[in-house]
Design a protein around this ligand. Structure first.
Ligand code: HEC
Ligand code: HEC
Length: 248
């Protein structure tokens, strides 16, 4: 049991007939664990949840730097944020191929729905925490993103009002006077900021100091209480209703 608890090394993950030999070959050739060339080698990932492998605080500024750098390297916002967090979390998280999250760029292949940086950061949170801690962190991250002028250190900062790429880009264009196609440097910085915020919340959860601070506005709360599970009970969502609907 104790042995199972310790952080597994790269070579420990290799099991199967010939796994030891393959592992040795891998270790000496320096090939990545998931390279197709590792024929016969199997990756034996630890059982989920992996919460116990997140046992020391993340370097928030390093995550911010990596997120922006990953975006600039062409990975897109979603993979960029996801990869930044996996890199800083280390093994076994870093065994997950971050390309998994590439689809999320531009709010899912440019559909402008959920901001990819959020999507990727939330996926990393979900890999660390299941259940209630995940829900608390993701909820806070969604609310923080919706209400915060982003990117944090930029000349032109804008508030999305909801977690949608569509609104985020549109409001940034309005504030900056730039074209959406000029969003690269802005989305790079934003990718870093969102990944860093997720790292900050995970650190707080680890240290037992996490306290949600974002609450729904009174106005939205009233609509929500009636329309989401209340008297009308005819829709779902926690986004600020006024971004898209008139009151009545
Ligand atoms: C006391 C309950 C209640 C509250 C509070 C409430 N609604 Fe409604 N709303 C209704 C009912 C009932 C209808 C009509 C039936 C339906 O569409 O579900 C309706 C209809 C709607 C519709 C459908 C289109 C329309 O205008 O008829 C929208 C959109 C809507 N509400 C949004 C909102 C928003 C946004 C708020 C808050 C600013 C809000 N509602 C507050 C009960 C409520
Ligand atoms: C990002 C934009 C957006 C936000 C934010 C949003 N909605 Fe909607 N809502 C829509 C769209 C789009 C539809 C579908 C409208 C349609 O097809 O006519 C819709 C439909 C609805 C309907 C049914 C309308 C009808 O004609 O019967 C209700 C009720 C509603 N929304 C309530 C809310 C409430 C309450 C909130 C806040 C908690 C909210 N919405 C937030 C975009 C939004």
């Amino acid at each position: 049991m104790e042995a199972k608890k310790k952080l597994l090394t790269r070579r420990d993950f290799l099991v199967s007939a010939g796994g030891a030999a393959a592992g040795l070959a891998l270790a000496t050739s320096g090939l990545g664990i998931l390279t197709p060339k590792a024929e016969g080698a199997m990756v034996d990932l630890p059982e989920y949840p992996w919460t116990e492998y997140f046992n020391k605080p993340l370097d928030v500024e390093r995550v911010r730097h990596l997120g922006a750098e990953n975006y600039r390297a062409g990975q897109g916002c979603c993979e960029g944020a996801f990869r930044a967090l996996l890199t800083e979390l280390g093994e076994p998280f870093s065994f997950i191929p971050p390309q998994l999250m590439n689809f999320g760029k531009g709010g899912v292949v440019a559909w402008g729905t959920l901001c990819g940086a959020l999507n990727g950061a939330c996926a990393a949170v979900s890999l660390v925490y299941g259940g209630q801690p995940m829900t608390l962190i993701v909820n806070e991250l969604m609310a923080w993103y919706s209400a915060t002028p982003l990117p944090l250190e930029a000349e032109h900062r804008s508030v999305a009002g909801n977690p949608l790429c569509h609104a985020s880009i549109a409001n940034w264009c309005k504030v900056s006077g730039k074209k959406a196609s000029e969003r690269g440097p802005r989305c790079a910085a934003l990718t870093g900021d969102v990944a860093a915020q997720a790292a900050l919340y995970m650190n707080q959860m680890l240290e037992g100091t996490f306290v949600p601070v974002f609450a729904m506005s009174e106005e939205t709360k009233a609509c929500y209480d009636c329309h989401v599970g209340g008297f009308a009970d005819d829709t779902l969502g926690k986004m600020d209703c006024k971004g898209c609907h008139e009151g009545h």
